[in-house]
Design a protein around this ligand. Structure first.
Ligand code: PRX
Length: 666
């Protein structure tokens, strides 16, 4: 198998055979998965020799002996207007944490000014590659742009001045609904520069989903792109914005970045982004902010139909993201770094924009789909730009795996030094394919476990440390995590339990916007511990394996989607009386959405109705939430108090035992 020394150590492997831990694979496949999981992959001497962290275990011990001293040491590498008086303050009830108290800080000084002042002014900060043909009629090559740190700072300042001119002040919210071009990081950083709070909404969300997020955050300004390109098609982003802001009182202006000069600005609300920025000064003093000043809201799915606005702040977030970006990817000065996530998700915030820019990296941004114009697109980008660090998702790897080994084989991928994965458990088959075909059995893989709420990597390995396929690894230095039972007691190795974090960390969310009770739930579900909502196991050596969510949240292609959100979109259709939704294991997406629907009287199941229900979900939430399967049923399993038992539906679907059904109504 592997040329790289692979010790084949045996650990206490779990039954996590598939992407979600519940895969319906044959017993032969399960057996081979288990064997693969038992192996440890040990990095080469070359990888160890260049590593920032040479002795992970020793660093961990040191960090846990005095976490505050450890995090203060990391924070010292950043630039602060004035120092903190206290590293961390934690109050258990109601839960409240503060890091780097009373310090004055601005994340953009660290992501921009510091580099411009200290030798990176002419280093490329953002290297953008558009979709092949995108934006140029008849063209087949991909458009490219490069912005140096000097240019990026000037553009961010101009954008910040535009926002100021529109009356945006510290604490005001600005919603961003943009495609993947450098203007998205520019707009994010411009908000941060003046202490305004950005709320990026992923371009794949529909107009009503965008509207509810603008409404919840009461944004004063919306910044959008007119169109994006995907698989040769134009995506009309501005159309969704026009619909979303209609009649919303809080929205005073919409800044439109026009990629197509023919796009018309059709209301008094709208301003052309480029013209407005060009007219402004390229100087803008960064706001001197308390380190606990909110930096952004990011809406994510939970167990209710209403997405929650997770709040992150300047100081601790900067420390947590930059530190983990450096150690987990073993980032070095001249590395070309590419994370395939869209900045609309937390991965894009922490590991496309803030973490890498604070470290002064050259960040590659590539627009478009992974298989357009063909399934070699990503590998061609790695070859063309000499990408050194590549960070993607299990779903993407599984999708690319299906196209065959011949695509990566066509390209020179020897520039790769570290490869990452995130968002869902990676099944050993996909891990091994990635290891063999992309990493050529020598590039270390880091599997990073974290969440929108955690802001930064929590459980992972560093490239110099042995990895086990399918396990993100161990708690990182500075992080105390475990697998515990309902009372918070650690479970024995190999036994399932809840993934918990025991102590605060710098990049953790500070609250849920306008919903402190929802924030408290993270800390009081298992008293005194942060409950991540995931089920996991830990082996004898301390490697954690995540099996999936413990709650009613699905993980479709690494995207978090609440069952309640999809159900409420379905019942808003005139023909639907009731709906229940489950995540069903899927070989590529991890989970696929299956909906069970009871129709209102007078409606009959039909193909046409099924299409219309899918369309309803597309309109309400966006294409990522469309159920792959819909089944019309006469009844749904419920508790006596009327709650739908999705667990029972799921067990039936998978042909397994449903567990405790004593509360099921007769
Ligand atoms: O269930 C875990 C899964 O994704 C959830 C967090 O989703 P979100 O907030 O959207 O953030 C995704 C990107 C950080 C977690 O509760 N998850 C994330 N990373 C992994 C993972 N599951 C297994 N392995 C991972 N590496």
């Amino acid at each position: 198998m592997s040329e790289t020394p692979s010790s084949g150590e045996v650990n206490n492997a779990t039954q996590n055979a598939g992407p979600t831990g519940t895969s319906a694979t044959s017993s032969d496949e399960q057996l081979s998965s288990l064997q693969k999981q038992e192996e440890s992959y040990v990095p080469s001497a070359e990888v160890k020799a260049r590593a920032h962290v040479a002795d992970f275990d020793a660093l961990y011990e040191k960090s846990i002996a005095d976490p505050q001293a450890f995090w203060a040491e990391q924070a010292q590498g950043l630039e602060w207007f004035s120092p903190w008086h206290e590293v961390m303050q934690w109050q258990a009830a109601p839960p409240q944490v503060k890091w780097f108290l009373n310090a004055q800080f601005n994340i953009t000084v660290n992501a921009l000014d510091r580099h411009v002042k200290h030798g990176r002014r002419n280093k490329v900060a953002l290297l953008w590659v558009g979709e092949p043909g995108g934006g140029q009629d008849g063209a087949t090559t991909a458009p490219e742009r490069a912005l140096t740190y000097g240019q990026l700072l000037r553009r961010v300042n101009q954008c910040a001045n535009v926002l100021k001119g529109l009356g945006v002040q510290q604490g005001d919210r600005v919603t961003l609904y943009m495609g993947l071009t450098p203007e998205l990081p520019i707009a994010m950083l411009a908000c941060a520069r003046i202490g305004a709070i950005h709320s990026v909404v992923y371009g794949g969300f529909s107009a009503p989903a965008l509207r509810s997020r603008i409404e919840d955050s009461q944004s004063k300004v919306v910044i959008c792109t007119d169109i994006g390109y995907r698989r040769g098609k134009r995506i009309n982003l501005k159309g969704a914005v026009d619909e979303a802001v209609e009649g919303l009182e809080s929205v005073e202006k919409v800044l439109v970045y026009r990629r197509d000069p023919a796009t018309t600005l059709n209301s008094d609300l709208e301003i052309d982004f480029e013209t407005a920025l060009d007219a402004e000064s390229a100087e803008c003093e960064p706001a001197r902010l308390d380190s606990e000043t909110p930096l952004f809201f990011l809406y994510t799915s939970g167990t209710t139909g209403k997405p929650k606005g997770v709040v992150h702040v300047h100081g601790g977030y900067a420390v947590g993201t930059s530190y983990t970006h450096k150690i987990c990817f073993d980032y070095h000065e001249d590395d070309i770094y590419w994370c395939t996530a869209d900045p609309g998700w937390i991965t894009g915030h922490s590991y496309v924009v803030y973490g890498p820019l604070i470290n002064g990296a050259t960040v590659l941004l590539a627009e478009g789909a992974l298989d357009f114009p063909d399934a070699g697109r990503w590998w061609s980008v790695i070859e063309k730009y000499g990408v050194n660090i590549f960070y993607s998702t299990p779903t993407a790897i599984r999708a690319l795996m299906r196209f065959g080994e011949e695509y990566p084989a066509k390209y020179d991928l020897s520039s790769l030094k570290v490869m990452g994965t995130v968002g869902e458990p990676i099944n050993p088959e996909a891990w091994l394919w990635y290891h063999k075909n992309i990493g050529h059995e020598k590039t270390p893989i880091v599997d990073t476990w974290w969440q929108t709420e955690t802001g930064q990597f929590m459980i992972a390995t560093v490239p110099s440390y042995p990895t086990k396929p399918g396990s993100p690894g161990k708690p990182l230095p500075g992080i105390e995590a475990d697998v515990a039972d309902k009372e918070g007691h650690p479970v024995e190795p190999g036994k399932g339990g809840f993934l918990v974090i025991k102590k605060p960390w710098p990049a953790m969310m500070r609250t849920i916007y306008k919903d402190p009770e929802r924030y408290e739930k993270y800390w009081n579900t298992i008293p005194g511990l942060y409950s991540a909502g995931d089920v996991a196991t830990k082996d004898e050596e301390g490697y954690i394996r995540v099996m999936g969510r413990a709650d009613d949240v699905m993980n479709v292609s690494g995207y978090r989607i609440g069952t309640a959100e999809v159900e409420s979109a379905l019942v808003s259709h005139a023909a639907v009386a009731e709906a229940a939704v489950i995540g069903k294991p899927d070989p590529v997406k991890g989970e696929n959405i299956k909906a069970f629907v009871i129709l209102r009287q007078g409606n009959e199941p039909s193909e046409q109705l099924m299409t219309s229900l899918k369309q309803q979900v597309r309109e309400e939430l966006g294409p990522i939430a469309i159920p792959g399967e819909i089944e019309f049923v006469g009844s749904l399993p419920k508790t006596r108090s009327g709650k739908i038992m999705r667990r029972v539906l799921k067990a039936k679907e998978l042909g397994v035992e449903p567990g405790d059904i004593s509360t099921l109504e007769d």
